[in-house]
Design a protein around this ligand. Structure first.
Ligand code: PLP
Length: 413
């Protein structure tokens, strides 16, 4: 049964009752002995009504067969409308390719545009498929550790320049960035675009977290708006391949629908890619996508207002329960990149969190070796649950627990 937390229920956006979460059939709560699921990037929020209606409507009317032009066009037109309104980004229909997921789009781009098998640059920490997908396709991956300035992570352009000079062909950009929550500024994106263009390289820009850029400041600092990489300059427009989807922003990871956006110069390629990729987009997913972009903005704004308060609470909870852990409040999305280096959990913080606090998170090393000593924690959950998670983490992390157990026990357990 789905119940709603009355106090937090807004006119349209609603969160699940904490008790409901454990019985839900969702990857985030499919746990292996832990009590709290804070690993998988899903939100513990009730889906937006326009999306549920679109999916239920598709099922009820038998619209769950193969995709067809009307459904494909509805999703693409809605995406174009969204991009125009949100980012003043005008995209030609001929440059939009429906696909079953952003990773599927990445895979296709690597196959299609990297036939010369040039190495792929992945700034790290990185969403782990950015490392594993190119490798699975036989491509060499060059990890480019990002720089952290007071907890804000940025690209190391000198290192990226070197990697292109040594023969890399493409860089995978995560904009906004998972797991650190960085929203790259126009200046940062422009500098990258100039550099990539000077080497004749390409950028696959994964913009799946774009709807989750915060507009409200929580510390008086202006919030940087999300800027689609392809819009920063003519060079970026020409060499960018953009992957985008509603699945993160509207929390519908199972709908299997996304879009690849290419530039005019890739139009002939886009035509061939269309044949290859459109088949992977699900028909209910196409209708859900159209509904989100056309009618999902109110829900998104209300959801972001809720998440923004979680962001504020999170900063307090880290300070209260995890003293010594460094953390930069993200400018986008709901993933906290917690720095346990220098604490007694530094060796494998997510393993400590799992074994000692029974909280599922993701080990920083899954995001590349630069993630050693970090863990990623999902804070898109009802605030009472977020508080419970930190109470558990705090008790397990406390000096008293350390004195009683010591760091060795965990390795032997
Ligand atoms: C940065 C990023 N890209 C892609 C995905 C997965 O996208 P899809 O399911 O559309 O392949 C995720 C999921 O967490 C993600 O965080």
């Amino acid at each position: 049964m789905t119940r709603i937390l009355g106090a937090d229920a807004l006119s349209c956006f609603q969160v699940y009752d904490p008790e409901t979460l454990r019985s839900m059939r969702r990857a985030k709560w499919a746990l292996e002995g832990e009590r709290y699921g804070a690993a998988i990037a899903e939100m513990d929020f009730v889906p937006a009504a326009p999306i549920s209606s679109a999916i239920i409507g598709a099922v009820q009317s038998g619209d769950i067969g193969y995709h067809y032009p009307k459904a494909l066009d509805a999703a693409s037109e809605a995406l174009k409308f969204w991009l125009e309104n949100r980012y003043a980004w005008t995209v030609d229909s001929a440059d939009v390719v429906p696909v079953g997921g952003v990773l599927r789009a990445l895979e296709a781009c690597l196959l299609f545009f990297m036939s010369s098998k040039k190495p792929v640059i992945v700034p790290t920490p990185a969403y782990s498929p950015f490392l594993s997908v190119p490798r699975a396709l036989g491509l060499q991956v060059v990890e480019s550790p990002m720089n952290s300035h007071e907890g804000r992570w940025t690209l190391d352009l000198t290192d990226i320049d070197r990697a292109f000079a040594r023969g890399a062909g493409l860089l995978i950009l995560c904009n906004p960035h998972n797991p650190t929550g960085t929203v790259f500024s126009r200046g940062e994106l422009l500098a990258l675009a100039e550099l990539v263009e000077s080497h004749g390289g390409r950028v696959f820009s994964d913009e799946i977290h774009a709807p989750l850029a915060y507009s409200e400041s929580i510390d008086g600092r202006p919030m940087p708006p999300h800027i689609p990489y392809a819009t920063v300059s003519a060079a970026a427009t020409a060499h960018a391949l953009t992957g985008i989807s509603i699945t993160k922003g509207w929390n519908v990871g199972g709908i299997h629908c996304a879009h690849l956006i290419v530039s005019e110069r890739d139009r002939p390629a886009a035509k061939r890619l269309y044949t290859m990729l459109a088949h992977s987009a699900s028909t209910p997913g196409l209708w859900a996508t159209a509904a989100a972009y056309n009618h999902g903005e109110t829900w998104l704004n209300e959801m972001l207002a809720y998440l923004n308060l979680n962001r504020v609470l999170l900063a307090d909870l880290v300070e209260e329960y995890l003293p010594g852990v460094n953390f930069h409040v993200p400018d986008a999305s709901y993933l906290a990149w917690l720095d346990f280096r220098g604490t007694w959990w530094a060796d494998r913080p997510a393993l400590h969190a799992k074994k000692r606090a029974r909280v599922a998170t993701i080990e920083g090393t899954d995001f590349g070796s630069v993630g050693t000593g970090f863990l990623r924690l999902n804070f898109a959950t009802p605030r009472p649950v977020l508080r419970q998670i930190f109470e558990e983490l705090g008790a397990a992390f406390s000096p008293a627990t350390q004195a009683a157990s010591g760091p060795i026990g965990i390795r032997n357990s």
